[in-house]
Ligand binder design. Sequence first.
Ligand code: HGY
Ligand code: MN
Ligand code: MN
Length: 415
Amino acid sequence: MTEPDWGATAQDWLVRLARCSEPGPGVTRLPFTPEHRTALVVLTDLMQQAELNVSLDAAGTLIGRLEGPIGAPTLLMGSHQDSVREGGAYDGIMGVVLPVLALMKLRAEGLRLPFAVEVLAFADEEGVRFPTALMGPRALAGRFEMAALDLCDREGITLRAAMEGFGLAPDEIPGLSRDPARVMGWIETHLEQGPVLEQAGKALGIVTAICGIERHSITLTGQAAHAGTVPMRLRRDALTGAAELALAAEDLARATPDLLATVGALQIRPGVVNAVPGEAVMTLEIRSPSDRAREIAGAELTDRARQIAQHRGLNLSITRSYAQSATQCAPDILSRLSQAVSDGGQDAVHLPSGATHDASAMADLCPIGMLFTDCKDGISHHPDEYVSPQSMTCAVHSLTRVIRSYDPAPPQKPD
Ligand code: HGY
Ligand code: MN
Ligand code: MN
C-alpha cells in the first residue's frame, strides 16, 4: 500500500473542521455551541475511520480510544477543539487530528500495542466564552472546581446551563478523575504560535516548559459627562485611568526579563464620541515561565491600579479571575520526542512555550510532553494561521515513532 500523504490528509480534515465555525473571518468555535457540536460530528467520523472507540465524557471531552490488552495502562494524546474569536484553523484542533492519523498509520502497519491510546478533544482551552478554562483536563486530573459551573458568559448563560444544554451532566464531572497509575503520560501536538521554529528553518520543536499565566478582571468607574461642558480638571474619566494602567503594565513587562503583560480586552461606556467615559472594563493578563516573577508583577500592578484610581477619583474593582502555574515537561517524554524527531532526520529544537495549553492542566495528572510544529510567519489566534502539510507529515511520523517507543517489542520500522 502506498503511504498516504498524511499532511495533505490532515489538511483536508482541518478544512472540514474549520467550517464548524460562526460566520465571519477565520474560525470562531466556542465550547458547548452548535459549532462545537458539528466539530464533534466530524471528529467522530475521523476517529471511527481510525477504528477508535468514540465517547463524550461529562466535561464535553470527545475521547477516541484504541483499546489495549485488559488492564494495560493508557497513553493520552490530543488537544482542544475550541478556538478564539476569528481565530485560525490549526490551534488546538490540529493536535487532535494528527495523533488520530498517527494511529491510522500504525494500524496500517499492522502494529498491535501493549497499551491503550486515547486521543482527546477537550471542549474549552481558550477560556474565551467563560472566565475559566481547561475543564476537561482538570476533570481528568480531579482538579475541576464545581463552583466554576456558576460562571457566566457574556450573555449571562452559566457554564452549567451551557453544558446541560449541550446534553452533558456536569454533576458527573467529579467521577471523571483518572487513576494516575493507569496513565502513561500526555503528549500534546500544537503549532508553536510564534516565529522561532520557522526562523530556525525547523518543522518541529520539543517543548521544555509551559509558561504560567494569570488574568485580572478590572473595572474602573468614574463619571460619564458631556464632552463639551465639563472642564478637564473636573473630570473622572475611566478610560484615561485604564490607559494609564495599560501603559504601566507595558512599562513593567518591558523592564522585567521573561515577563509578558497584555491588556487584551477593553470596553468603555457610554462609548460615544461626545461623552467622557464613565466606565472602563478591562482584562490584564500576565505570563512568565517564572511563577515568582509573575506573582510579583501581579501584586505590583494591582497596587498601581489602586494608586491610579485614587489620584483620578475613580472607583476600582480588580479581581484575579484566573491563574495557572508554569509547568515543566517530563524529561522522559522530552527524550522520547527528541529521539522520535531525530530518527526522522530532523534535529529537534527545544524551546519553552509562551502560550499555555491543555498540557498545563494535564501535568496535575501525569507526565506531560509537547511536540510543536512551525507556523507561517509565527501567526496564530488569527485567520491567517497556517501549518504546512509537510510539517504536519513530519509530526505524524514523529508521533508514530514516539508511540512505538513505548512498545518494548518490535524495533522501529522505517517510515
Ligand atoms: O492563551 C493561550 O496561551 C492559549 O492559546 N489559550
Ligand atoms: Mn491552543
Ligand atoms: Mn489558542
